[in-house]
Design a protein around this ligand. Structure first.
Ligand code: UDP
Length: 393
């Protein structure tokens, strides 16, 4: 380990191959570290797609995981094994042992894990290497998705938990671990109000007079796209120029889900109304283009895309699930509806589309709220306070 007075070396461990909210947030955090105090070292999966972000160009990177075994299982598959503890222990051991060696060689002072599987594997490695451990927890787990396992691991590994919302923090209630709630933040200088590029409408096949609702997020069942499709099908008469721009791609472990969504859209007669935009790197512009942002998640730990939409000045329609009510002020910055209720979702979207002035006011309040509470700078400051506390510096 580096001696006191020197910069402390923080290992960031994330098993993901694709980029999602967790990886976006991690990149924002690393690029804001106080370099006079901390040095980041990224321990990652071979071929991880998010490492080419320019903010990471000068960061030390060590490829540790192969995207195999435990790493490619869905969390409910992992939890449903007949002997989950034994099975998980076996599949966790090898990557944990490799990580333990990497942590020692790289002279790491503190381990920060950023994804669910990294909490287990990186946590074990941190314990083997006798390094302090911080879990940045970004998931909301059901009982059938390994919540019990996560709680047992927390009891055993004793991490300092950073939870991205109160809803996420509640998963650790009653456990003898320290929990800090640090809500996600975004780069407010990138998500600003303003006009979308003139060509974007045409690129997405939209007419200038279309009313546009956008949804941003991975195409995975818990994000609730199916409910959104149902809701849109209820609005075809009352909102004849409504178009829905769906931004995001499927996770590699469930490629069939995209086809299922498209089939459902066809069955509902929505082929002309839904724009499947795929993965986009210009999310801020798409948010600027839309009239209303919607996130129909069934159980949302946080929903970074919501604060991005707020920062751009868009009213939000979202489900009152997980951490979302901590972000959206119902009736002020958007409208909250019950999860899995397409009818309520349709009503809320229709209400805002019918009253653009109200939507604009909500968007302005959303922007103010995002600037006050959800900046990436604030997250970096609070996370570094946790490091200082754990390292006794
Ligand atoms: N995102 C993106 N392009 C896409 C889809 C998503 O850049 O095509 C970004 C989005 O802007 C947000 C993140 O990925 O920053 C998704 O984070 P969120 O918390 O909303 O969803 P999750 O992490 O659960 O997928």
């Amino acid at each position: 380990m580096s001696g006191s007075g020197q910069r402390k070396r923080i290992a960031y461990i994330d098993h993901a191959v694709d980029i999602g909210g967790a990886e976006n947030s991690l990149v924002e955090l690393i690029s804001r570290l106080d370099q006079s105090r901390f040095t980041a070292v990224l321990l990652h999966t071979v071929g991880a797609k998010w490492l080419d972000r320019p903010e990471l160009s000068d960061i030390e990177k060590i490829a540790v995981f192969q995207p195999i075994s435990l790493l490619e299982k869905r969390r409910n598959e992992v939890a449903a094994r007949r002997w989950p503890l034994i099975w998980n222990a076996l599949t966790t051991m090898r990557p944990a042992w490799l990580l333990n060696r990497a942590l020692r060689r790289a002279k790491i002072d503190l381990v920060h894990t950023n994804s669910l599987k990294a909490h287990f594997i990186g946590g074990l490695a941190a314990r083997l290497a006798h390094r302090p451990l911080v879990w940045h927890v970004r998931d909301l787990l059901g009982e059938d998705e390994g919540l019990g396992l996560l709680r047992r691991a927390a009891r055993m590994l004793q991490p300092h938990v950073i939870a991205i919302s109160q809803a996420v923090a509640r998963q650790f209630t009653g456990l003898p671990v320290e929990v800090a709630v640090i809500p996600n933040g975004i780069p407010l200088d990138k998500f600003t109000p303003g006009p979308a590029p003139p060509k974007l409408h045409a690129e997405l096949g939209l007419a200038p007079y279309d009313q546009v609702v956008a949804v941003v997020g991975r195409l995975t069942p818990w994000k609730g796209h199916m409910n959104l499709l149902e809701a849109v099908s209820m609005l075809t008469e009352s909102c004849p120029s409504l178009k829905v721009v769906v931004v995001g791609e499927v996770a590699f472990w469930e490629p069939e889900y995209e086809q299922q969504l498209k089939q459902r859209a066809s069955q509902l007669g929505l082929d002309e109304r839904v724009v499947w935009a795929g993965f986009r790197s210009d999310v801020a512009d798409i948010l600027r283009l839309c009239d209303v942002f919607v996130l129909p998640s069934v159980n949302e730990p946080f929903g970074r895309a919501i604060i991005e939409a707020m920062a751009v000045g868009r009213a939000v329609v979202a489900t009152a699930s997980g951490g979302v009510p901590e972000i959206v002020v119902d009736g002020e910055t958007g409208l909250l509806v019950p999860a899995e209720d397409p009818h309520a979702l349709a009503q809320a979207m229709a209400a805002l589309l019918a009253d653009p002035q109200k939507a604009q006011q909500m968007g302005e309040k959303g922007r103010a709220r995002a600037c006050k509470h959800f900046s990436a700078d604030r997250v970096a400051k609070q996370v570094q306070e946790v490091y200082a506390h754990r390292l006794g510096t």
